[in-house]
Design a protein around this ligand. Structure first.
Ligand SMILES: *Cc1c(COP(=O)(O)O)cnc(C)c1O
Length: 368
């Protein structure tokens, strides 16, 4: 079976965890600090604050941006629910805007109409591993006081013109969940170039405690700390990040070469001057394809090829968000994409043989 995802744990990760266990420091300690330093350096950013998952990273980021009750935050409905829930956790309003069909990311044209005096921030998601259109969004924002939180949970190591993900907004959130490009089971990181915001995030992850005076609480906070056990794994993974991403990029290139020209398939587009790190390799099965997406999925599974739909239903059509008044037809592009997308295995453990099999099986199916 070629799985859709497959965490890669080597001897080095195992040894690193053993060393932490033997050290006796099991909660947040020196490995977390080292991870923060190395991660900031990796992103080319000034500050990195480790937290226990990507959702916590987004929550802390919104807190640092000063999002308050009744503020509005604009985001995409075509994402994992963790992009939107932290907005609600701040008591703010989730305002969805439609996506672009070329990059599956929040569309700056579509969101323009949603901007008003309540708009505090915009939360674009670097879906599947490619950064959103930063230049266009900053153009649209112009000189309004609107902050950007970059949901970089799927885009560690991605770039625009040599600048790495984590720098395309006022603050960025990463996830080290088990299936992400680098991982430690559960984990997250906030990245920013703003010292004040970094300080706010450190307080937020530790019950609002002052960095200077222990047991002095300045504001509401949570227990969002990462442990040294997890940081030890993430430190090893971070060293391999470029190698792991490189293998994904190579697999994606082979898939795109092999599947080129198959009628009814739309292959992923890499934007000019961008490095896409292919958290997912996602194709679209359009009406012109020989069969339905459902049938192709079943066929792939029968041939022991895993695949996945990210995401089968845009957020606004779930009961949770329908309660806020959203309904069918609100975001036609997101709705169509949800009915067309299919992600194929692209992770570093898929061999060239595996990639060739995926291509062969799809091509044979398409020519029936
Ligand atoms: C994984 C992910 C998150 C949340 O990360 P967790 O670590 O699972 O909390 C948020 N946004 C996107 C786009 C993700 O892929």
């Amino acid at each position: 079976m070629i799985n859709i995802s497959n965490p890669i744990i080597g001897e080095e990760e195992i040894e690193a965890v053993k060393a932490v266990l033997k050290s006796g420091v099991l909660a947040q300690g020196p490995r977390v600090k080292e991870l923060e330093e190395n991660f900031a350096k990796y992103c080319g950013a000034k500050h990195a604050i480790a937290v226990n998952n990507g959702t916590a990273a987004i929550h802390a980021g919104l807190y640092a941006l000063g999002v308050h009750r009744d503020d509005e935050v604009i985001t995409t409905p075509f994402t994992f629910v963790a992009s939107a829930n932290p907005i609600l956790m701040m008591g703010a309003k989730v305002v969805f805007a439609d996506i672009g069909e070329d990059d599956f990311c929040l569309s700056s044209d579509a969101l323009f109409d949603k901007i008003n005096e309540k708009t505090k921030a915009i939360l674009p998601v670097n879906l599947y591993g490619q950064i959103y259109d930063f230049d266009k969004l900053t153009d649209v924002i112009g000189n309004r006081d609107i902050k950007i939180l970059e949901d970089a949970c799927q885009s560690v190591g991605a770039e625009i013109k040599g600048v790495r993900s984590g720098n395309f907004g006022d603050i960025a959130a990463f996830s080290f969940y088990a299936t992400k490009n680098i991982m430690c089971g559960e984990g997250g990181m906030v990245v920013t170039n703003n010292a004040e915001m970094a300080e706010q995030c450190r307080r937020f992850r530790h019950h609002g405690q002052s960095e200077l005076t222990k047991y002095e609480y300045l504001d509401l906070g949570y227990n969002y700390r990462l442990t040294d056990l997890q940081a030890a794994i993430a430190l090893v993974q971070l060293k391999k990040a470029d190698d792991l991403n490189g293998k994904r990029i190579k697999n994606a290139k082979l898939l795109s070469e092999g599947l080129f020209g198959v009628k009814g398939l739309v292959l992923p587009k890499v934007k000019e001057n961008y490095i896409h790190v292919f958290h997912q390799y996602t194709i679209r099965i359009t009406e012109d394809f020989v069969s339905s997406r459902e049938n192709l999925m079943n066929h792939l599974k029968s041939q022991e090829i895993g695949c996945g739909i990210y995401y089968p239903k845009p957020l606004h059509l779930h009961p949770h968000f329908r309660k806020m008044g959203y309904k069918e037809g609100d975001f036609p592009v997101a709705e169509r994409m949800a009915s067309e997308v299919l992600s194929l295995p692209v992770h570093p453990n898929v061999s060239e043989e595996g990639i060739n099999k995926i291509i062969r099986v799809i091509k044979e199916y398409a020519s029936k």
